[in-house]
Ligand binder design. Sequence first.
Ligand SMILES: [Fe+2]
Ligand SMILES: [Fe+2]
Length: 192
Amino acid sequence: MPQCKAAILTGFTLEQVGFAAAAWPMRAAEELRSALIFRALARAARVAKVPEPWAERFAAMVLNEVGHARLCAEVDSRLDARGPRYDARPVRDRLAGLGDPMGRVTALLLVEAAMRETISMALFRAGRRAATEPLTRAALGAIVGDEVRHQRNGWAAMTSLWPSLSGRQREALQIEATNGFGAFEQQVAAPA
Ligand SMILES: [Fe+2]
Ligand SMILES: [Fe+2]
C-alpha cells in the first residue's frame, strides 16, 4: 500500500475535488463489503471441505480487502474527511439467501469473486489510467493489483469446482449469475 501523503489539489476546481472526495467513502464501504463476503466464502469453503489452497486464498483476500478499505478511508481523510459509512446489513441479507455450504461457496465464488471482482478490476484500472493526482493514482494502482488476483482466484476456483457440480447446482448458479448482473447494475454501475 502506498504511503498516504497529502493530495496535490492545485489546478483542480472545488467541484472536481468534491466529486473525487465523494467517491472514496463509497469505495471504502464497498471494500469492507468485499472483506465480509470473502470471510463468509472462506468459512463456507472450509465447512464444505473445498480442497486447499482455496480457503487459504479466500482468507488472504479478506486481508487485502480490509487493507483496501483502510486505504480508501485514508485517502478520503486527505481530501475532506467525510468518513465512510459502513453498513453490514446488505451483506447479511445477501448471505441469508444462500443455502448449503457448497451452494454458498459456488454462488459467492461465481458472482462475488469472479464476476464482481472482474468488474471492480476494470473500474479501478480505468480510474488509475485517467487519474492525474498522484495520491489518487497511487491508491488506485495499489488496489488494482490485488483485484487482478482476486478475480483470477474466483474464475480458477470456479473452474476447478465446476466438474463436480450436479445439474441442479449448475442451474442454481445460472440464477445466481442473472441476479448478480441485476445487483451490479444497481450497486456498482449506477454509483460509478
Ligand atoms: Fe478490493
Ligand atoms: Fe477484491
